[in-house]
Design a protein around this ligand. Structure first.
Ligand code: FES
Length: 242
């Protein structure tokens, strides 16, 4: 049932303060918004970490992750050539077969899955609204795929000083895709509701199995509790209770 496989790390490097990019030799063609469980240790008691897919290209899959605790700390030390254990891809991601004006709204490392998602939104006109605490990353890599980008930082180092929700206009868009801290997603969903703009959010939870069996990752929706790993991580903002 738990089919971890070992694949080779092509690179694993810090790209911004505490933010790492891991590239592995893996050609599963994961869909935007899906995730893998990653494990870079032999201790069975330390569970794999769910990390969203950042990009898939030329037989390589990449992940952009923030070091937050023991698991991600170990992941950040793994070197080129190490055979990391991966299990996935899992979950229901974003529907990218859409047209019209799409706003992608992110907070912090929530921008990670949106790189692959934005690249897949080939028929849409995309504006990116990205909020960061301090350091800004990834925006330059996305400029070929988007119409405009708007940045906010908490300290005003780059872009708007404050929150990305201060400068986001839901009424201009046919669809909003959102990934970031729950408090930010809650605000975005509320703003979209006021203007009847459809919005999808990518939820984050601690996970153990990653395949819908253990129920540690549930979130509340209007249809009862759902598993973020299997029923999500992407949910309609109309359905999920934030
Ligand atoms: Fe086990 Fe989601 S992590 S059900």
């Amino acid at each position: 049932q738990y089919k971890y496989e070992r694949v080779k790390i092509q690179s694993n490097a810090e790209v911004a303060n505490n933010i790492y990019k891991l590239v592995i030799e893996c050609n599963h063609e994961a869909k935007p918004g899906q995730f893998y469980m990653l494990r870079g240790w032999d201790n069975e008691l330390l569970l794999g970490r769910p990390i969203s897919v950042h990009d898939v290209q030329d037989g390589l899959t990449s992940f952009l992750y923030e070091v937050r605790g023991k698991g991600t700390k170990i992941l950040s030390t793994l070197e080129t050539g190490y055979r990391i254990e991966i299990f996935g891809p899992h979950g229901k991601g974003f529907n990218t077969n859409v047209k019209g004006k799409v706003a992608v709204v992110t907070g912090g490392i929530g921008i990670a899955p949106m790189y692959y998602t934005i690249k897949a939104l080939k028929n849409a006109q995309i504006d990116l609204f990205a909020g960061f605490r301090d350091e800004v990353y990834l925006i330059d890599d996305l400029k070929d795929f988007i119409s405009s980008s708007y940045v906010a930082t908490n300290n005003g180092r780059i872009g708007h000083k404050g929150f990305i929700t201060d400068i986001f206009n839901p009424w201009e868009y046919n669809l909003v895709l959102c990934c970031g801290p729950e408090i930010m997603m809650e605000k975005i969903v509320r703003m979209c509701r006021d203007y009847k703009t459809p919005v999808y959010v990518s939820m984050e939870r601690h996970m153990a199995c990653g395949i819908g069996a253990c129920l540690v990752c549930t979130c509340k929706t209007k249809d009862g509790n759902k598993r973020v790993c299997k029923d999500g991580p992407v949910f309609s903002g109309e359905d999920v209770f934030l």
